[in-house]
Design a binder for this molecule. Structure first.
Ligand code: MSP
Length: 518
């Protein structure tokens, strides 16, 4: 078996409820995963949860639960959230999984044996309230710390550190030589700027159990647990190892559990993440991988942040978008469409209810929905639902949209692909207005012309279903069913013009996006 196209998302902190930002990222990864499958590649799509750390421990205590019980309850909400979004993930990692914990420990042992870690005493200013060490940079001009940190005390603490000193230059060179490693390019420039203008400090990879015990124990020192980021990043390879990936198993010389499969995954093709965690993925993660003797991921694809009504999304201020509520009211495809069409992968975006409703009405109900409904209803009414002989009037328009979409999907340019697809939707709606099949139907001498128009419209609907499948899988499947076609529109080569055969009997037309009073 050949190597799969391996795509991952950030793993979300389990505490708190899933919100728009989490949903957006997972949908991006799902569309890319579906697109690659549709292009004929074998894909492995991984998402999951980050479950260790201080915040989880505290939240569990506050609810009178063990951290594990607390995580188990929330994990059920998150996995059902993934289902609501229509994700086609092949696995769902939880950092409390035994397969992950064992792997992290194996890695720590190996890196320690190879001399990558050292123990040192750190003296610094510590905020117990925020569970963090502060530096001189955190001081206000008058020398005091912001009251958000509560009482700040000087603390001495032993910890394990990962040596990063010798690692800076090769990483700068690597990023320089691999322009697609960090996308979009402005994020790459930020990381290059950071690496060129700062000296990397060694990374603290442990926490003393006196301060935190909800973590993976450091295998060579029972007084410490693993720092959450060192734990979390490793999910991308611990799960590859769990599926029997040879590269990861060989590099880490690990042999854990009984592996049933031997799927080749590493290196990952794309890590989809938000802009706030690029440094972890583009600086620390490559250095960790190099130390383990593993190849670097091919791309770190960083998306922007959503706001709502121009303000930060925040549970405490009530400024939230509830993805599940939107999905229940408008359908998952409407939700997927809005976030992908509204926001390109990179910049920040702003959710407004008016914007959502306006795209729903204009592009989904009046655009795509109306095209499919009137095309198929006319075919039903004027030709008993039987597809006439092939005609090629819209073939060039469809080929253009299909070629563009294919190329854009390969570059993960999802918004641009949707724009191209809607170019075809608009062209076909314009074609209905120009050819006026309802008028042709009244004139028996125009019967052949009506056949041509109806074929062009039905075949355009079929091509649209194939192009839309990665983005709006439910809608694409409905279009196929309404055309009376068996199977799924899930193979991009099927977007070639002429797939609809004369004599094919279509199914029942029904509105794809019911119009709503808005
Ligand atoms: N657990 C870490 C990631 C570890 S990956 C090895 C984490 N979790 S998180 O829950 O805070 O964020 C998960 C993802 O959601 C991140 O990629 C983050 O950028 C993204 N988003 C969180 N809020 C967001 C928005 N408001 N908008 C868009 N994405 C946002 O970080």
């Amino acid at each position: 078996m050949s190597k799969r196209f391996y795509i991952t998302t950030a793993i979300d902190y389990v505490n708190g409820q899933p919100h728009l930002g989490h949903a957006y990222e997972k949908i991006i990864a799902d569309v890319i995963a579906r697109a690659r499958r549709s292009l004929g590649q074998e894909v492995f799509f991984l998402t999951g949860l980050d479950e260790h750390g201080q915040k989880v421990q505290q939240a569990a205590i506050a609810e009178g639960k063990t951290p594990q019980a607390y995580c188990d309850e929330l994990a059920a909400d998150w996995t059902s959230f993934a289902k609501s979004l229509g994700l086609t993930n092949d696995d769902f990692v939880r950092t409390t999984d035994q397969r992950h914990k064992e792997f992290v420990q194996a890695i720590l042992t190996r890196l320690n044996d190879a001399g990558h870690f050292y123990k040192a005493t750190y003296t610094g200013f510590y905020s117990a309230k925020e569970e963090t060490f502060l530096t001189q940079k955190d001081r206000r001009p008058d020398g005091t710390f912001d009251p958000i940190y509560g009482e700040v005390v000087e603390l001495k603490e032993d910890n394990y550190y990962f040596r990063l000193g010798a690692q800076q230059q090769w990483l700068i060179d690597y990023i320089g030589a691999n322009p697609d490693f960090i996308a979009p390019s402005y994020r790459r420039n930020e990381i290059l700027g950071f690496l060129k203008n700062n000296t990397l400090e060694d990374l603290c990879i442990s926490r003393p159990i006196s301060r935190l015990n909800w973590g993976i124990p450091i295998p060579f020192d029972p007084n410490f647990v693993t720092y959450v980021w060192f734990d979390a990043l490793v999910n991308y390879i611990s799960i590859a190892a769990a599926h029997g990936d040879k590269a990861v198993l060989a590099a880490t010389k690990s042999e854990i559990g009984n592996r049933k499969s031997e799927i080749e995954l590493w290196p990952a093709d794309i890590h989809v993440i938000g802009k706030d965690i690029v440094k972890f993925h583009a600086v620390y993660w490559p250095i960790m991988l190099k130390a383990m003797g593993l190849a670097l991921p091919k791309q770190i694809l960083a998306h922007g942040f959503w706001q709502k009504d121009g303000a930060r999304i925040s549970k405490s201020t009530g400024n939230v978008v509830e993805p599940v509520a939107i999905i229940n009211e408008w359908g998952v495809d409407a939700f997927r469409f809005y976030v992908l069409r509204e926001l390109d992968i990179g910049p920040d975006g702003n959710w407004t209810e008016a914007g959502f409703k306006s795209r729903y009405q204009a592009e989904l109900a009046n655009g795509l929905g109306n095209l499919v409904n009137r095309s198929l209803s006319m075919l039903k009414r004027y030709r008993n639902g039987i597809v006439p002989a092939r005609s090629n009037e819209l073939a060039a328009d469809a080929a253009k949209a299909a070629d563009e979409t294919r190329a854009l999907l390969k570059q993960s340019q999802l918004q641009a692909a949707l724009q191209s697809i809607w170019g075809l939707v608009n062209r076909a709606n314009q074609y209905v207005d120009q050819t006026a099949p309802f008028k042709l139907a009244k004139d028996p001498s125009q019967s052949q012309r009506l056949d041509e128009v109806l074929y062009n419209l039905a075949e355009t609907c079929r091509v649209l279903a194939v192009l839309l499948w990665p983005f709006l899988p439910g809608t694409a499947t409905k279009i196929y069913a309404q055309l009376g076609l068996a199977g799924s529109p899930d193979k991009l080569p099927a977007a070639t013009w002429g797939g609809l055969q004369a004599g094919q009997v279509i199914g029942e037309p029904a509105p794809l996006f019911p119009r709503k009073d808005i």
